[in-house]
Ligand binder design. Sequence first.
Ligand SMILES: [Cu+2]
Length: 405
Amino acid sequence: MPKHVVSLLGWETVTNTPAAGESSDEQQWFPVARRSVLRAAGASAVLLGMGAGTTVAQSDEDGQEGTPQDDGDSDDDSQMDGLDPIFGLASAGPNPCMGDASEDCFESFDVQPAHEVEMHIDLPEELFPFTAPGVLDDETIESINAAVTDGMVDTDELDDPELEVTAQTPAGEEVTLTVEEIATALAETTAFHFQPAGLAVEPGDVVLFSAETPDHAFAAYHPRHGRQNLVPDGVGPISSPLVPVGGYWLYQFETEGVYDAYCPPHEPFGMVMRVVVGDGTESTDDGDDEMDEESTTTADGGEETNATTTASSDETTTPTESGDETDGQMDGEAMEDTGRPPTEENNLASILGGLDPNVPSAAAALDSAALDPQTIVDEGSVSWDDVVSDHRGGGDDEDDEDESA
Ligand SMILES: [Cu+2]
């Protein structure tokens, strides 16, 4: 197993313990005992305990008594009425929905998610040795980049597709690929992404964010992150922690509208996504001066004090229903001019030795037809692959038409 490649870049350590190299035994990362303890305790009790700075682990039956919020500040109850409206709920793991889990795994959570978003890196391992300086000359790199622009390998762009190139893995093994094989691996690179990249949810839905690879997080475009406001009015600076591999983060989307978010470490590589809550697509033209009302409404609607039962299957507890018509709408006019999603080219080439798989920048991804809010609502979810295809194919289709004419 070419783990060495992996550890060099710190990527794709999914199936290994964080201390890669010491053990690749998955069982140590997902110990059965810990998993059943988590279930017995109820995921939310454990999680809420963490949030309150305590580690109270209780059964669901006991949830009413001595819940974490009873130990905390009484004037801060709003944060314990379910998931925190800014920070959600995070766990270092283990995530019952890690990997190829089916939706059945949602039942393992006390705060039950309705959707899953995986945070991924998709960089073919065989490519890494060929990204080292000097392995490929500039001319070859340019020709490979030209060959994969549309995501297919156009061998006409390659001087000698069959030319064999030998490179060395960090472990000292020699590997040989033809130029065409290198191009093929590059074309398969979709890199850092949320999967799906577009997701439609109902108000009150909880979304599970699963860290399949290291160093990912979810942050809303929000002025308090120094960014444009690309979430509905009144929605705060949503942010997850950096979610460890195997861990997860839960967030409950309540206010209708369009939410654009990025992964802070990987935004330069185009890692962004869009969540549409409700029919959030018809709301871009109103959103007057109600900026701060929504968060207040959200906070004081929680007559439900049992933290372990909120956000179950019952979405009707959302306190914002009455305000949905007027509040929480996207305010296109209020967007700041600063802190836009980066429009520069995707930075991937800078970490791939100049090889460029033509993956969209953050701004290009959010502007893609695939992530049009109405498309997301219609489709329910939109794959990152569709966003990449849009980007790679969009301009190129026109080129093809021009050329064939
Ligand atoms: Cu990321």
